[in-house]
Design a protein around this ligand. Structure first.
Ligand SMILES: Nc1ncnc2c1ncn2[C@@H]1O[C@H](COP(=O)(O)OP(=O)(O)OP(=O)(O)O)[C@@H](O)[C@H]1O
Length: 468
């Protein structure tokens, strides 16, 4: 990319600069006024723009063009040409984001040095952006359960549209990952993905952080909205946003423009908003903590993200993915999961969802000494209160019952756990527990277990006592 746009109303100057640059191996385009200039940029943003401050027969002068270029094409460096006596204006232009200025009359060496430097800076900046983008490549979304496939197909449907998506699901279930998946597969992937941590920003700084700031000297500090221009703005835990900011965000969503704090002009942005929540927003609305109108604007496409308990079939695949990841990125030993460990992970409860599983895999790799596959004994024992809570209560209850009832309770608990492990698939469960499929069906019926739902969600059992 070595294409330079020269904008000057004096033909001689345009031609002179173009000749010098072409001799240096650059290709050039020329514009004599603001409308020609804008048409050229819109056709294809140049690698660099050389811009005269004063433009005769133009709707806009160089400073106006600079502002638009910095807003809409921030990657294009601009060198200002200033006449005698206009140095103050050139300095002001640098504050507005111009890369440098050259003063008329200029000499050839001065011009080529400034341009060479600007091109090199622009190249480095582009490389940097590309590197950061590669580093920030979204991690893979792993899973093959029915619940996961439903989520993935919903995400695939929304990637190509511009509709606002509201992802709802428990903490650590993968909402941000889902938002990054939308970004990576949308037409906005070359533009930023900017996260707004609604809870982590001080309420009285929220507006400055979102909308940016303009000083009395008209220096600009862009906020998150401007930084996300062209890309996706991700509101993490939208329910934590203060009510006052909610109204302002609502206004931005209605007219896609806002004013910086201390600013007077409207700034236009092109952003797609994806938000997430762990809370029941209908309840937050009823309690007066969330604006209904904002909810309707944000939840054009509501997508539920299932917790890990609804997709425990995915646990072996996810665990393996994390174990390999820690080996690749942190040099931790590469270890597989033994069958007893896999079964144990699938029967634990996961209030922290995928994040908890990921952390547990890291902990086990760091703390256990063994080299072979990770066994159940390497996993946290029954003294880990959260992960074993459900089972401990059920097993404790056994001791209070006569043998026949205790056996029934155990069989129910055991079979329910196995069915859930295999995503509701009776054939796979029967195979694992060592029963004929029809015998398992009969057993389940006698225990009052309902297996109508074959879609991988939890099965239920009819408790005779509860049923009355
Ligand atoms: N399907 C998946 N495949 C691989 N990794 C996943 C998957 N789902 C979640 N993760 C990983 O689990 C961790 C938690 O996910 P993420 O931060 O997206 O959850 P969240 O729902 O946004 O959490 P919170 O509500 O706390 O903000 C991340 O490291 C993420 O990469």
């Amino acid at each position: 990319m070595s294409d330079i746009l020269i904008v000057d109303d004096e033909r001689d100057i345009r031609e002179l600069i173009a000749d010098i640059l072409e001799e240096e191996g650059y290709t050039t385009r020329r514009a004599s006024n603001s409308s020609e200039c804008m048409a050229e940029i819109e056709k294809e943003p140049p690698a660099l723009m050389i811009l005269d401050i004063w433009l005769k027969d133009s709707d806009m002068d160089g400073i106006d063009i600079l502002k638009i270029a910095k807003r809409d094409y921030p990657g294009v460096p601009v060198i200002i040409i200033s006449g005698h006596g206009t140095i103050e204006i050139a300095v002001a232009a640098i504050k507005q984001g111009a890369y440098d200025y050259i003063e008329k009359p200029f000499n050839i060496d001065q011009l080529t040095v400034v341009i060479g430097r600007a091109m090199e800076t622009s190249r480095l900046r582009r490389e940097n952006v590309a590197l950061r983008r590669r580093e920030a490549e979204p991690p893979e979304m792993i899973g093959s359960s029915h619940a996961f496939k439903t989520l993935k197909s919903q995400l695939d449907k929304v990637t190509k549209s511009n509709g606002r998506v509201l992802l709802s699901g428990p903490a650590g279930s993968g909402k941000e990952l889902a938002a990054r998946y939308i970004h990576a597969n949308s037409g906005r992937s070359e533009h930023p993905f900017v996260t707004v941590g609604s809870a982590s920003i001080e309420p009285d700084r929220m507006e400055e952080v979102l909308f940016g700031r303009e000083t009395p000297e008209r220096e600009i500090e862009p906020g998150l909205l401007e930084q996300a221009d062209g890309g996706i703005l991700y509101f993490d835990e939208i329910a934590d946003m203060p009510l006052g900011t909610q109204s302002k965000i609502l206004r931005v969503l209605v007219d896609q423009s806002f004013q910086r704090v201390g600013g007077t002009e409207k700034v236009k942005v092109d952003i797609r908003v994806v938000s997430s929540t762990t809370r029941d927003l209908a309840h937050e609305i009823a309690e007066g903590r969330f604006r209904q109108e904002l909810f309707h604007r944000l939840a054009v496409v509501p997508i539920p993200v299932p917790g890990l308990d609804e997709r425990c079939e995915d646990i072996p695949e996810l665990a393996d993915h994390f174990l390999r990841g820690y080996n690749r990125t942190q040099g931790l030993p590469l270890r597989a999961l033994a069958d007893d460990a896999t079964a144990m992970l699938q029967t634990m409860s996961w209030p922290g969802n995928v994040r908890q599983l990921k952390n547990l895999m890291e902990r086990v790799l760091i703390l256990s000494d063994g080299k072979g596959p990770i066994c159940a004994s390497d996993l946290p024992g029954p003294d880990a209160p959260v992960e074993h809570e459900g089972r401990a209560v059920a097993l404790g209850a056994l001791a209070t019952l006569p043998l026949r009832e205790a056996r029934e309770l155990f069989e129910r608990e055991y079979l329910l756990t196995q069915i859930n492990r295999f995503g509701g698939n009776i054939s796979r469960t029967a195979n694992f527990v060592g029963m004929e499929r029809s015998a398992l069906h009969r057993k389940l019926k006698s225990l009052g277990v309902v297996t109508a739902n074959k879609q991988g969600s939890r099965v239920a059992f009819l408790d005779e006592h509860a049923a009355g």
